[in-house]
Design a protein around this ligand. Structure first.
Ligand code: NAP
Length: 484
């Protein structure tokens, strides 16, 4: 199988916050990889912009170092890095001031695709949007890319949407959620809608329940101050996990086209039942393995922010009534692993009798590590001893199915940035989707905040608080192991 690189048109990409952490770790390495894949047109330019006084030469050195740090040496030969750096320049610009804007205006061409990556604090989005227009840099087809967090509640998200809408049409705004750029997430749609096999069974009649787990081994590390204002619910559930839930639960869109897909996702969010406090378990990790506790990491001994959350979510529509979705995410857990598990119901009657064992098909969609999809099916245990049933995996791990080309699969940021250049919004969140997600999230957070509830302590390296296990046990179910 030969991987295809679809050409894009010549572009000017301005990265506001080009000297920041996200640019260094994700955006710039992703652009280098696309360059290496041959996807960056010869005349395209990448312009770093931030307040720091430096010239293009120093910024190129900064980009070279970022590539050296985040891309293995064998994939970044010196000549290729040198060629890539020729596309890079830098302009010192203050989002809140007047400095640098006329320089930037002189650099950004009007006759190519223009994209502006707002890799800065959300408080600066409005200033950037305003000045891009004031200085005649952005036009009606320019694109802007904005990062999470998109607000911290419905009110702030609404205000942010209004700020952007004052200068840009919705078709120009790309709200990035890098989970949507993952290969497996898109494959989930291919599996659901490209095969006849699954869709007839994809409902409450045949699906017993769905689990979505995003487990991390890291703690808050250096991000304590930011994280403590957010917590797992705002940082993970409202955005990434909500998006995964939507892709599992949505109706088939009429086309794989941005608004058709986003309309269906929005309907799911609007159909989510409110979640009662009894359906939620929040946790906070303790010190362990020589690492500090959550509260030590955020420097607030009384913090009530959760670093773990597990919850049962029900969808009030015909397709899903009676099939719970269990979400679980946390830091300092046993392993780093993200997956979606769709557990089908048992056959209505076992012709093999009780002693043969039970069987249920399970579809596991693994986002990390080892992206891939596995379907567990029931067969006879080989050998003598009568009819005994056993579950075996039908494996669709990309590395095996696609051979060496699996290594060429672009990572989420590569794909999403190229989608921006192509003008394809399918994998980006629309403003109303984000607001609907906050409208569902706000009362849940308010319920525990108003009562001053404390999260339950849990051990570093565990699967979270014991109560999270009970959440499923009491429904006669269990979580899949957090293991790689
Ligand atoms: P960061 O490391 O603090 O970088 C901020 C960038 O903004 C720097 O380049 C800074 O450069 C520039 N900047 C600050 N004030 C400015 C101004 N007035 N005018 C122009 N430029 C200004 O932040 P980050 O971690 O890269 O995060 C950037 C955005 O991505 C944030 O919205 C964050 O929430 C989001 N995000 C980050 C991550 C991540 O892993 N880092 C993940 C998801 C989302 P100067 O100081 O030189 O101006």
């Amino acid at each position: 199988m030969v991987s295809r690189v679809i050409p894009v048109e010549t572009f000017d990409l301005v990265i506001f916050g080009g000297t920041g952490d996200l640019a260094r770790r994700k955006i710039l390495p992703a652009l280098f990889r696309r360059f290496q894949a041959g996807q960056m047109p010869e005349e395209s330019r990448i312009i770093g912009a931030a307040r720091s006084e430096m010239g293009t030469k120093e910024f190129r050195a900064f980009v070279g170092e970022a590539i050296g740090e985040f891309i293995p040496a064998e994939e970044a030969p010196a000549k290729a890095v040198e060629n890539f750096l020729r596309h890079i320049s830098y302009v010192a610009v203050d989002a809140r001031g007047t400095d640098g804007w006329s320089d930037l205006s002189a650099q950004v061409r009007q006759d190519v695709i223009q994209a502006f990556y707002f890799s800065v604090a959300p408080a600066l989005f409005g200033d950037l949007a305003e000045r891009l227009h004031e200085h005649g840099i952005a036009g009606p087809e320019s694109r802007i890319v904005v990062e999470k967090p998109f607000g911290r509640d419905l009110e702030s998200a609404h205000a942010l949407n209004a700020t952007l809408a004052a200068h840009f049409d919705e078709h120009q705004i790309y709200r990035i959620d890098h989970y949507l750029g993952k290969e497996t997430v898109q494959n989930l749609m291919a599996v659901r809608f490209g095969n006849i096999l699954f869709e007839p069974l994809w409902n409450a009649q045949y699906v017993d329940h769905v689990q979505i787990t995003v487990a991390e081994t890291v703690g808050v590390e250096g991000r304590g101050a930011y994280y403590d204002l957010s917590g797992a619910m705002r940082d993970m559930v409202q955005n990434h996990m909500m998006q995964l839930l939507c892709l599992i639960a949505m109706e088939p869109p009429s086309q794989f086209e941005p608004d058709a897909v986003r309309d269906e996702k929005l309907k799911v969010i609007r159909a989510l039942d409110p979640v009662a406090p009894a359906e939620i378990v929040r946790g906070q990790y303790k010190a362990g393995n020589g690492r500090p506790s959550y509260v030590e990491g955020v420097e607030n001994p009384d913090s009530r922010t959760e670093s773990f959350i597990a919850m049962r979510v029900d969808i009030a529509n015909w397709r899903w009534k009676g099939t719970p979705f269990y979400l679980r995410t946390g830091k300092r857990l046993k392993s780093r692993m993200s997956e979606i598990v769709v557990t089908f119901r048992e056959p209505p009657h076992s012709i093999f009798g009780e002693e043969a064992g039970k069987s249920a098909n399970v579809l596991v969609i693994r986002l990390q590590p080892d992206e891939g999809i596995t379907l567990r099916v029931t067969i006879k245990e080989p050998g003598p001893g009568g009819m005994r049933l056993v579950d075996v995996p039908l494996d669709m791990t990309f590395a095996e199915a696609l051979g060496p080309d699996a290594d060429d699969i672009p990572d989420a940021y590569e794909r999403l940035i190229m989608d921006v250049i192509r003008g394809n919004q399918t994998l980006f969140m629309r403003g109303d989707e984000v607001e609907a997600a906050w409208a569902w999230t706000d009362p849940i957070i308010a319920a525990w905040s108003d009562k001053g509830d404390r999260p339950l302590p849990y051990e570093t390296g565990s699967t979270g608080p014991e109560d999270a296990l009970m959440l499923l046990h009491r429904d006669g179910r269990r979580w899949r192991e957090i293991e790689v």
